[in-house]
Ligand binder design. Structure first.
Ligand code: AHG
Ligand code: MN
Ligand code: MN
Ligand code: MN
Length: 331
C-alpha cells in the first residue's frame, strides 16, 4: 500500500514564508473542525440532526439543525489558534469578533460556509464545508477589513463529506487533496497537484431556471444540448448535485463547468462571494481553470457586503472563456 503523507506533515513542509506559522496553526484547527463535522453529519439521522429549525438565516433560508451544529463546531475550533481575529459565517448575520483571550497574535480573518449543500443532508447526498482566509490590516478588524477582493486570499479550501471525506486546499502554490483515513483518523495526501482537464463535455447547472437566464447563458446551454449536430460538434453530459463543493470537486477530478448565473429571480445570483465564490474561484484558478461572473473575474470583484451574492461560472478555462465571450457580445 502506498505510504501517504499526513496533512500535518504536509503543512509543516509546505507552509513557509510570511504566513507559514499562522496558516499551520489555523489549518490545524480547520482540520479538527472538519473531522468533528464529518462525525456530526455521519450521526445525523441517529442523533436526530437531520431536520430543519424554525429559524431563518440572513440569507432568508430555513436553517437545518446541521447548519447550526456545523457552524458552532467551526467557530469553537477555529478560534483556538490565536491567529484568527474575526470570522464570517453564512449562518451568522454579523462578523464574529474573536474574544481577546483567544487572540494572541490574531490578525487573520476566516470566512466560511459550515455546511454547503445543506438541502442534501436528509437525502444522504454529498455536502461540504468551504473556508477562505484573509490577512487583516488590524488586530481589531472592522467590516472594511473583511471586504477584500478574492485575489487577496492567502488560503482557500473545502471539506467534502462524500463517499469519502476529503479536504482540498490551496495557499497559492497549486491545489492538494487529502482523504480522511478512518483507521488513523488522519487526512492523507491522495490527490497532489490537482489540475482541471483542458477540455470537457460536462456541465453543471440547475436547468429548471432556464427561462430566467440571460441570453448568453441560454445560448451556451443550447449549444451544449445540440450535441454533435450543433455548433459545438460534440455531445455533452449534465450533472447537478445541488452542492457546490461536490460539483467543484468533480470538476477538479474530471473536468467540466459549474454555473449558477444571474437570473431574473435573483439578479445577483444565488451564491455568496466571501465564502463560496471566492474560495472556490481561488482553488479553480490554482488548478488551471477560470471563474467569472460573466462580466468580470470573480477574484477581482470588490465586495460591498459580507453576505453579498454573485453570479458564478467556473471550471474548464476554454469553456469559461467561451461563456465570458458570449457575455461580452451582449454587454
Ligand atoms: P448552502 O447549502 O450552503 O446554502 O449552499 C447551497 C448552494 C450550493 O451549494 C449549490 O450549488 C446551490 O445552492 C444549489 O442551488 P439549488 O438548490 O437552487 O439547485
Ligand atoms: Mn444555506
Ligand atoms: Mn453553500
Ligand atoms: Mn451553507
Amino acid at each position: 500500500m502506498t505510504k501517504h503523507i499526513k496533512i500535518s506533515d504536509f503543512l509543516k513542509q509546505h507552509l513557509q514564508g510570511e504566513h507559514g506559522v499562522a496558516l499551520n496553526a489555523i489549518l490545524s484547527d480547520v482540520v479538527d473542525a472538519c473531522k468533528k463535522i464529518a462525525v456530526a453529519i455521519d450521526k445525523g439521522a441517529v442523533a436526530g440532526n437531520m431536520g430543519s429549525l424554525g429559524s431563518e438565516n440572513v440569507q432568508g433560508e430555513v436553517q437545518k439543525a446541521l447548519d447550526v451544529i456545523t457552524n458552532d463546531i467551526f467557530v469553537e475550533a477555529c478560534q483556538r489558534s490565536g491567529y484568527v481575529a474575526g470570522m464570517v459565517s453564512e449562518e451568522l448575520v454579523d462578523v464574529i469578533d474573536v474574544a481577546d483571550e483567544h487572540k494572541k497574535n490574531g490578525d487573520y480573518l476566516l470566512m466560511f460556509d459550515p455546511l454547503d449543500g445543506s438541502s442534501n443532508v436528509n437525502v444522504n447526498i454529498s455536502v461540504g464545508t468551504i473556508f477562505s482566509i484573509l490577512k487583516s490590516a488590524s488586530k481589531k478588524p472592522d467590516l472594511a477589513d473583511y471586504l477584500q477582493s478574492g485575489a487577496a486570499q492567502i488560503c482557500a479550501g473545502y471539506a467534502l463529506y462524500g463517499t469519502s471525506t476529503m479536504l482540498v486546499f490551496t495557499t497559492g502554490n497549486g491545489v492538494n487533496g487529502f482523504t480522511l483515513d478512518a483507521d488513523s483518523n488522519e487526512f492523507l495526501l491522495t490527490h497532489p497537484n490537482m489540475q482541471i482537464a483542458k477540455e470537457t463535455q460536462e456541465f453543471a447547472i440547475n436547468m429548471s431556471n432556464y427561462r430566467f437566464w440571460r441570453e448568453p447563458v441560454q445560448r451556451y446551454i443550447d449549444e451544449c444540448l445540440q450535441g454533435e449536430e450543433g455548433d459545438r460538434k460534440k455531445d455533452f453530459n449534465m450533472r447537478w448535485v445541488a452542492s457546490m463543493v461536490a460539483e467543484v470537486h468533480r470538476i477538479l477530478v474530471r473536468g467540466g463547468v459549474f454555473m449558477y448565473p444571474t437570473d431574473t429571480k435573483s439578479r445577483s445570483g444565488k451564491l455568496r462571494l466571501m465564502y463560496e465564490a471566492n474560495p472556490m474561484s481561488f482553488i479553480v484558478e490554482q488548478a488551471g481553470g477560470a471563474s467569472t461572473t460573466g462580466s468580470q473575474r470573480i477574484l477581482e470583484v470588490q465586495p460591498s457586503g459580507i453576505h453579498q451574492r454573485v453570479p458564478v461560472m467556473m471550471g474548464c478555462k476554454s469553456e469559461i472563456d467561451r461563456i465570458a465571450a458570449y457575455h461580452q457580445v451582449t454587454a
